[in-house]
Write a protein that binds this ligand. Structure first.
Ligand code: PCA
Length: 322
């Protein structure tokens, strides 16, 4: 017994020396499926690398706040981060192609859009010194309101929670007041009256207990924006080849698993909302027509910004969903 202990004590520093410890920062809470998937990814990297790389996941903005995540991984402040890709449409329009309402309205289309844009998006980040390891969509975006909505007129002047420039633009086009609130701060923003309604996935509604401050759930199915998990390219290159492979293999698995989880949540989360008393209300035809118009405007704006490469990916996408 004594001997085993002594052996263990001697073995420890050796094992520790061979192990690299990294941090991965994300803005989202542990209750979100995206975070669960990131944690499984970190476990897989550890297993596949034979324990050589141990990634600690820091969730809910506990290490780095949402707006700082990309810059932090770019400058190497943290080697890895997960962030919401369309937050950075201002740097490269390609990054926000998945945040245009009614461009891709089901998982088949969302996947086709990803297949048509993965390369330019990956290259865009590579130019900035970060490697996109995998990307997973949030379930389709839905309105959460306190009162029933028959058309845009019912929303006029209300304060809507937004999470990036695209949703702020959407809010402006709807005639509501955009108010930036991080996902983890949604309950507090409702209870203090900073926002009257929000627009997010059913899953995020479950994670933030939307039934405690809203009543109606309108799933538009209009878009499924994506998160990405990133590594600083310089840090990645310094890893031994077998650890690099462990990371890219684990990323492939995480992407497949994540898409499955996302699709599952897309049907399961609304049931949880209903069980807790929310009304799963159908979108009124007038409201749908108005939203589609807003979507068209946003697509045209995007095409004007994204130029020839933008036109090319949309044409490629349209071919894929024909
Ligand atoms: N949930 C995250 C991003 C999009 C989503 O569905 C949020 O609301 O911040």
């Amino acid at each position: 017994m004594k001997r085993t202990l002594l052996f263990a004590a001697l073995a420890l520093p050796l094992a520790a020396a061979a192990q690299t410890k990294w941090d991965l920062a994300t803005a989202y809470a542990d209750t979100e499926f995206q975070t669960r998937n990131v944690r499984m990814f970190a476990d897989d990297v550890k297993k596949l690398s034979g324990g050589k790389l141990d990634i600690t996941v820091h969730s809910a903005g506990s290490l780095i706040k949402n707006p700082e995540l990309k810059r932090s991984v770019q400058t190497g402040l943290v080697p890895m981060a997960e962030f919401f890709i369309s937050n950075f449409g201002g740097e490269n329009p390609m990054f926000e192609v998945d945040a245009i309402p009614y461009l891709a309205v089901n998982y088949k289309e969302v996947r086709a859009l990803w297949e048509a844009t993965r390369q330019p998006i990956t290259e865009g980040f590579a130019k900035q010194g970060i490697r996109l390891l995998y990307s997973v969509p949030w379930p389709t975006q839905a309105f959460y309101t306190k009162e029933p909505v028959k058309s845009i007129a019912d929303l006029k002047g209300k304060k809507m929670r937004t999470y990036n420039a695209q949703t702020a633009r959407l809010a402006t086009l709807l005639g509501v007041v955009p108010t930036t609130v991080q996902a983890t701060e949604i309950p507090q923003a409702f209870s203090t009256g900073i926002i009257d309604l929000m627009y997010t996935a059913g899953q995020t509604g479950v994670s933030t207990r939307a039934w405690e401050y809203t009543k109606y759930f309108y799933d538009t199915g209009a878009w499924a924006p994506k998160n990405g998990v990133f590594v600083n390219e310089g840090s990645f290159k310094k890893l031994p080849a077998d650890v690099q492979k462990a990371m890219t293999d684990a990323a492939k698995t995480a992407e497949e698993r994540g898409w499955k989880l996302s699709e599952e949540q897309n049907t399961e989360a609304p049931k949880v909302l209903a069980k807790n008393g929310m009304v799963l209300a159908p979108l009124a035809p007038a409201f749908t027509a108005e939203l589609r118009k807003v979507g068209e405007t946003m697509l045209n704006d995007w095409l004007a910004k994204a130029g020839e490469p933008g036109k090319a990916v949309i044409a490629d996408y349209r071919k894929r969903v024909k």
